[in-house]
Design a protein around this ligand. Sequence first.
Ligand code: KG4
Ligand code: ZN
Length: 343
Amino acid sequence: MVLVEGEKIYVLGIETSCDDTSVAIVCNGAVLVNLTTSQWIHEKFGGVVPEYASRFHVEAIAELAGMALNAAQLNVEKIHAVAVTNGPGLMGSLLVGLSFAKGLCLSLGIPLIAINHLQAHAMSLFIEENASFPLLCLTVSGGHTQLLLMRDQFEMELLGQTLDDAAGEAFDKTGKLLGLPYPAGPWVDKYAALGTATFDFPLAQTPRYDYSFSGIKTSVLYFLRKQLALSPDFIERHRNDLCASIQKAIVKMLTAKLLQAAEAYGVNNIGVAGGVSANSGLRRELNELAEQRGWKLYIPKMAYCTDNAAMIASLGYKKFLRREYSGLETPALARFPVTETQV
Ligand code: KG4
Ligand code: ZN
């Protein structure tokens, strides 16, 4: 592609890896528009139903892209490249965004830029701020938990990740055991603020910087079974304290590894991305640690923490400048091999 000097570069970003359909446009890396629609249908099933997720993406994607172009007052021919999440995520959902992106690129004759969703979450730290390096990025969402050591925006090392459930899943699944609606994370947070962490749930012992959250779900399950047999209204009477105790355990596990890595690598710049970064217990703990340890903390605004296309388009712009284009044969990958996230 031949660029005229001083020409503004527009990249359209598409994110459909799970249950949020999102389209964004960046101009020279600055976000012009970032539109996201969430799918409420999954609430009544207590979790994301992959088939519904893909169907809703199909219904939403073209209209959302049109709305994004309108909001940015851009004709589609002005777009230089389309960046799209090609994994990890739900296969059906990924295919909707990827196929739509390929269609656009083919019809406009512009490059496709495939984006690793987890690398994009880390990129969300740089949308509004110029975070400094080296940087530890903790990505915590409903689907992922990972700790990255970033030496710059393209050189990152995966230090650890969850061996089973993600941190958001731990909130959602334990909250479900308490009868809270899906996604339970924000509810656990809300009730935790009204309670005291009086119950002790064991913290998983995992190697190095890996995480494990399936144990807390099981221990809450067995604990509740025992208590409910003795007193059927146990949950109602102790809901706030149960939430505070669960939240404390999850936050402790998250911050313990972060602290360990920060000390081992001598890093003072700490970033947190993903939907769980909204958790007030996690934020409080991180702020305290930051004060004690002299950390510079980076937490993007919520619209950039949860799944969004702004982070996809922002990373897409950086890859565009590096001419890192992807062929139209690029597959959707439900799982990325670990080496692929160690970009
Ligand atoms: O990043 P995100 O929007 O989507 C995924 O990629 O999964 O994260 C959603 C997750 C859900 O598990 C939700 O329960 C959790 O983030 N979450 C929270 C809070 N707000 C959202 N968990 C704990 N406390 C919160 N305030
Ligand atoms: Zn995500």
